[in-house]
Design a protein around this ligand. Sequence first.
Ligand code: SF4
Length: 565
Amino acid sequence: MSTAAPTEKKPSRNEELKTAIPTLAGNIAATLADSSAACFSADDEQFLKFHGIYQQDDRDLRKTGKLYIWMIRGRIPGGVLSAKQWIAMDDLATQRANNTLRVTTRQSIQFHGVVKDRLGPLMKEINQAMVDTLAACGDVNRNVMASPAPAISVARQQVFEDSKLVSEKLLPQTKAYHSIWVDGVQLNLDSAENKDFVDPLYGKTYLPRKFKTAFVIPPVNDVDLFTNCLGFVAIIENDQVVGYNLTAGGGMGRSHGNTITYPRLADVVGYFPRHRLVDVAKAVLTVHRDFGDRTDRKHARLKYVLQEKGVEWFRAEVEARIGAKLEDAKPVRFITTSDTYGWQKGMDGKWFLTLFVSSGRIKDTETVLQKTALRRVAERFDSVEFRLSANQNVLLCNVSDAEKDGITALLHEHGVKTEKQAGILHLAAMSCPSMPTCGLGLAESERFLPSLLDRIQALTAEVGIGDQEIIIRMTGCPNGCARPYMAEIGFVGKGPGRYQVWLGGNENGTRLNKVWKEMMKDTEIETELRPLLLRYKSERLDGERFGDWVERVFWKDQPPVTTAS
Ligand code: SF4
């Protein structure tokens, strides 16, 4: 095994913070207890992330003052919650947050708009529900994803168990989380025990940046596997997981105007038998720990290590760390990244229902009481399992023949459709939260995308391709939380009402898109898209998707912008 090359550049500020307080406790508990403190310090803001918490302010109110609010993200491996846990999450959203539950693109739940005096109770109660938020953000392994469907088979359960195992084994060991949020006690930062704390896996300074892990069951790539730092492709024989293909070095985040940052697809590294899973996960994580760039957080992801050192180097490094050779990857095929909506029967005879959640926001509106309906399902059908999908939807699983009609009727009573749940573009779209809660948002996303999809749907109908699915994703900034660089049309916020537009992703999540327009005003989207869609209609091959036509034809006439700014 080689050792990390010394760097002459100065470590980033976050590295200094982690070194100074390796328990990640900061002064969080003291500030939480101080009712005169409106918010946490800038340093504690960084520590809070390791606890699954982002300090934010309501950006709609900035002109009149600053209202601090907090976003809390759950750690929910594989996105699985029991009915009882769902009720607890619903209670927290109602009583402690903004009365909505947001399904994230990594199969978790976020609570938004939490004010300071509700933060402590929310954190305590989420832990009482046997869900925690430790390492949901921060320079550590984040929520581990796993294909939510097909809903029930032996192999799917094994993959889910493996995702939970990896999540547990890659957790940081600091006792600060429990001390602050469960016991309400500020750690003594000056004690030798806390000052000299070294995490057995992460060391004193954790990772250079975040780390994302996903498990997938081919041929459905419903976790967008290649966007992850670490990926496991289940290899299944006779409904048993026998091993995994390892992928590494994917990631979406980039910064406008910074060409050392870019989205990247993961490399396929090799295959290993299932019993090596935890060793391989730790090996990949520690390669990031040891070789990631600690001087520039924008360039600190594992994807840059893969890009700059190469997959052969990486494979040798992993092999040295696990003490075994990886085999060549097994052949697999992916066909789609989508969820299949509606009722389906699982292999064990139980039913599952995939419900569309617009932009991942579960809420009640005047006509559709989705939040109430899901709660009622959890209350009345307590053996139903709730699964969150990476496409921001909810699956109701483990449903018997006898329960199916009752659940359908209950949902319909609340205005929630179980068939033809939304328009074809809406069903395939995703957006990040952005305004008004995310401090990094440059443009609207969640609040704008549904109306934009209506406009684009009207345009596709006018052009004569109204029944064509096109995967459209939007984010308020280039960090890419809703994975816009995989979309057939990706909108990335550049400023208020302005978007960079990317074209040419594919259906199965194996191709990045490219920049078409550096900047497009939201009011001009139809004008810009109309000629493109007309060309697609006249030039497409039988059954050819929009993104595939862009790749096959459009870029040859009009090469993409090569250096996105
Ligand atoms: Fe915020 Fe940017 Fe992520 Fe959207 S993509 S939630 S704006 S960080």
